[in-house]
Design a protein around this ligand. Structure first.
Ligand code: AMP
Ligand code: ZN
Length: 114
């Protein structure tokens, strides 16, 4: 048992609507979607924030990004567009301290973000 919410999602202890998983990555629907498509792509391994990444994680981060792009494409958003976001720590509003790549699509997304 771990205190980390997303480690518990990975372990199947907390239900989630999983849209993709492989040996390194799990992608599931955000519980409070901010767009018609809002998926979180996470590593199975616990990493608290982007600040903890090392060069040995470069391939893993690439897999997170490519997984998001692949899911967006599968759902017909590749041409129209989508946004991917990692929030890091308080000023970015990070609330779950297991890194996650937000994938948002299906509506026009404003810029700059709030
Ligand atoms: P962040 O603010 O970048 O840390 O994003 C955390 C995200 O996790 C938010 O968009 C939440 O809606 C989402 N979230 C929190 N708990 C769950 C859960 N049990 N299942 C799916 N998404 C969740
Ligand atoms: Zn974790």
């Amino acid at each position: 048992m771990t205190d980390c919410l997303f480690c518990r999602v990975v372990a199947g202890e907390i239900p989630a609507t999983i849209v993709f998983q492989d040996d390194a990555v799990v992608a599931f629907k955000d519980i409070t979607p901010q767009a018609p498509m809002h998926v979180l792509v996470i590593p199975r391994r616990h990493i608290g924030t982007l600040n903890e990444l090392t060069t040995s994680d470069d391939a893993l981060v690439g897999r997170l990004v490519r997984t998001a792009a692949s899911i967006a494409d599968e759902h017909g958003h590749a041409a129209s567009g989508y946004r991917t976001v990692f929030n890091c720590n308080a000023d970015a509003g990070q609330t779950v301290f297991h890194i996650h790549l937000h994938l948002l699509a299906g509506r026009r997304l404003g810029w700059p973000p709030g």
